[in-house]
Structure formats: C-alpha cells, structure tokens
Design a protein around this ligand. Sequence first.
Ligand code: SAM
Length: 281
Amino acid sequence: MKLKDILDRKSLPEPWSEGDNIPWNDPGFSRRMLREHLTQSHDLASRRSVRIDAHVDWIHREMLSGRLVKVLDLACGPGLYASRLARLGHRCVGIDFSPASIAYAKRQTVEEDLSCEYIHADIRSIEYGSGFGLVMLIFGEFNVFRPSDAARILANVHAALDEGGVLLLEAHTGEAIREFGLRPASWYASESGVFSGLPHLCLQENFWDAQSETVTRRYFVVDASSGEVTRYAQTLKAYTEEQYRASLEAAGFGDVRFHPSLTGTDDVLQRDLLVIQARRQ
Ligand SMILES: C[S@@+](CC[C@H](N)C(=O)[O-])C[C@H]1O[C@@H](n2cnc3c(N)ncnc32)[C@H](O)[C@@H]1O
C-alpha cells in the first residue's frame, strides 16, 4: 500500500474484513513480540512474572483445589502459565500459532525437563485431544474470534474436557471493548517495534460498531525509508455477562461463575478483563 491508500481508506471498516488479528503468526513479528512477552517492564503481551505467579497459585489452589490434572492452555504464548503449572505437577499441553513463542516454550521444557507438550497450530482449526481437567484461554484473546469461531472453540473445549472438568476463560468486559472503540486515533514513531524491525510510523484508529457490538482497531505501519504502508486490523467482540453465560450454556457448560481476576480479587491493573469459570456437565 501507498500513503494515498490511507487517504482513500473506508471510513468504517467491516468487522474482521481487513484482517483477523495482529500478525502473531508472522515469524518476524513473533520474534519481536517474544521480547515483549518476556520483559519485566510492562504487562502488555504477557503479565510480569510476579503477577503470573499469583495467577498460577490461585488456579492451582482455588480452581483445581490442588488436584493434579491434565491442563490445556489455548493461545499459550511462550508457555509462562503452562511451565509454572507443570512445575507444580500438572501435565500440560499448550497450543499457539506464534512460532517464536512456541520455540521458546519448547526450549524451557527441555531445559527444565517439564511435563509440557507444545503445539504450533491455530486453535480455530486443530483438534484439542481429550482427557483434560482444565482448559484455559486467558488474557482476553477469546474476544478476537468471530462468533462462529468462538462457538466452535467452546464446543471443542467441551469435548476435550473430562466430565466435571473446568474451563477458565479470561475475557474482556463489554464496557472495556466499547471504550477501546471510542478512543481517539493515535500514532507513534519507532526505530524498531513489534510491527517492524526498521524505522517506521504506526498510525492507529479505532471504531466502535454498535450494531455488531465490535471494536475494530486498524494499524497503518509506514516504513520510514520507502514510505511503503502495511495495514493490520483486529476486531474484538463485546459480550455482556449474560451473553458469556448463554454462549457457555449453548456449548454444554454449566455451573458458570464470574471472578474479578485470576487471583479471585479485584485487580486495579486489570479492570478491563473478567474471569469466567464453567464446568463440563
Ligand atoms: C496476549 S497473548 C497471551 C499469551 C498467553 N496466554 C499469556 O497470557 O502469556 C495472545 C496469544 O494468543 C495467540 N493467538 C491468537 N490467536 C490465535 C490462534 N488463532 N491460534 C493460536 N494462537 C493464537 C497469539 O499468538 C499470542 O501468543
């Protein structure tokens, strides 16, 4: 794309039509993003270690009452949760389509001889297997899926869980998604960032679509030396608590409960997310 294409862009993007998601599965993007997952200076790609430690402690003690089970972590990133759960004695499987994250997670497993298996795949299309006591999909990733994909993921999770097994879904609140869509456009200049390893500008705009209850974030990445433009887009679907409950019940789950965070208590750093626990019945 050229700069002129930015001027000629559609004033309102159709949800999911300009791209599924940011390019997690692109090798260069995933390599640069891995640094953001592992940094201890912010919580943007993965949370910092001290917070993940507290989440894993709560999952082990409260969600699982200390029982050792087979765990499936969907969209596991570099395996920061799965590796900790494995150190506590759980057997873990992690699936993610970021090549650098999965390579990092596999290296950790070998170095520490952990009971973890990592699979490089798209969670919208892979079979999950069976016999799990816990399936988790955390840090708001559920909202990026089209409703048809989200329903299929929930049905596949249901099939992968043992009777009584638990789904742990950490998703965005409906209000947070609407607020993302109402944020003004913004831009930054960078010598090297997740979207490009070369000097570039990144222009972002956000759209709230009240009809589909989605936010679409559009990113134009302008290469500083050539002026070449690359567009990325991500759409997130807003759900109310009632809609989350209805989607889970439609997929065969029961005993649906809501928690304010992955420590069970209010987390002022994370009010845009809520935690949903549901059981296969
Ligand atoms: C915000 S990161 C969270 C990673 C991890 N759950 C954590 O909290 O540390 C989102 C992850 O979702 C993964 N992801 C997004 N869509 C995916 C898909 N369709 N299939 C597999 N992985 C996906 C990305 O590659 C990325 O690693």
